[in-house]
Design a protein around this ligand. Structure first.
Ligand code: SF4
Length: 74
């Protein structure tokens, strides 16, 4: 995917929208973890390596609350 080659991709969490449903976690449990308190943690931090981009994009798009997005930093 071209976007993954243009800069550093970062995961942005809108915590005001996240309801702790955990679909993101079900797709990429090594990146997203919803705690017992319902709070989402980015286990590996916000940066996404190019080889993980497609899987993380799928997880981001799976969020029914639209709490996740990706940002490309040059
Ligand atoms: S899928 Fe969306 S609402 Fe659910 S835990 Fe992940 S970011 Fe939050």
């Amino acid at each position: 995917m071209k976007i993954a080659q243009e800069g550093i991709v970062k995961i942005i969490v809108d915590r005001s929208r996240c309801t702790g449903i955990g679909l993101c976690e079900s797709i990429a449990e090594d990146y997203f973890e919803v705690g017992d308190d319902g709070v989402l943690t980015l286990i590996r931090g916000e940066s996404v390596p190019p080889e993980e981009f497609e899987r993380i994009r799928e997880a981001v798009q799976s969020c029914p609350a639209r709490a996740l997005s990706l940002k490309v930093e040059q």
